[in-house]
Ligand binder design. Structure first.
Ligand code: GLN
Length: 255
């Protein structure tokens, strides 16, 4: 009798345990697509109370989520410094990098890039009363850039001195506080900073700053993942999802 009860209890316990295990089983690594990003680049990636992926929101985060969903996976984000992203990718710490990252020949030596999903350019953020009207006017000015961004590469190639900062917000604060004259940064992000801060404007110089294309990076030779990413991106470019997201986030941010 006692034995019977014991058996019943054991059976029940096993069932309860199995049910608990089923619900508690973490999403296996195979079901998770981990993207590395540096969420200091609105409207592409930034931290917010409730984002599309945990506390991460922005155009890139929405794109990352859709890519994962298209492949029956869950998107996860690893927050790291912009400069560390490609190394983390090479080390296998993340599956892909989405960070408003411009395709450059130098980066192409280290990683493979997806089909580009957004075209941008570098612009200059200056005070409203600044006399900077084109890139060469920066020659005798104090220039701020963000470390490792293509903006830094552009200013470097122009042969001008500059000070580099870890975050866009830090460089913009220098400008707001009158400690520098110009910040060179990507167009959509510049727009964001200008709407967030009084007394700033954007100066464009298409002759000096060429078009840049943003793409997702994967480990060299990871064609399996690249094909999946490309299929999603191409679909989102075709059906207008990406332009809708760009418009939507630019608006949200301008509020
Ligand atoms: N597009 C720029 C680059 O690739 C800046 C990107 C970023 O800060 N997230 O360097």
């Amino acid at each position: 009798m006692e034995e019977k009860i014991m058996k019943k209890m054991t059976k029940a316990a096993v069932l309860v345990m199995a049910a608990a295990m089923m619900t508690a089983v973490p999403v296996s690594a195979e079901d998770t697509l981990t993207f590395g990003t540096n969420p200091e680049f609105p409207p592409f990636e930034y931290v917010t109370a409730e984002g599309v992926i945990d506390t991460y929101d922005g155009i890139d985060m929405a794109i990352a989520k859709k890519i994962a969903e298209d492949n029956g996976m869950t998107a996860a984000v690893e927050n790291m410094e912009f400069d560390s992203l490609l190394v983390a990718l090479q080390n296998g710490q993340v599956d892909a990098v989405i960070a408003g990252m411009t395709v450059t020949d130098e980066r192409k030596e280290a990683v493979d890039f997806s089909t580009p999903y957004y075209t941008a350019t570098q612009v200059m953020i200056v005070k409203e009363d600044s006399d900077i009207a084109k890139a060469e006017d920066m020659a005798d000015k104090k220039i701020c850039v963000i470390q490792g961004y293509t903006g830094q590469v552009c200013v470097d190639e122009m042969g001008y001195e500059y000070e580099s900062f870890k975050k866009g917000t830090e460089a913009v604060m220098e400008l707001v506080n009158g400690k520098c004259d110009v910040v060179v940064i990507d167009s959509a992000t510049a727009q964001q900073y200008v709407s967030d801060n009084e007394g700033l404007k954007i100066v464009e110089d298409a002759d000096a700053f060429g078009a840049e294309e943003y793409a997702i990076a994967v480990q060299k030779g990871n064609t399996e993942l690249l094909d999946k990413i490309n299929a999603s991106i191409e679909k989102m470019l075709e059906d207008g999802t990406i332009s809708e997201l760009a418009a939507e986030y630019a608006e949200v941010e301008a509020e």
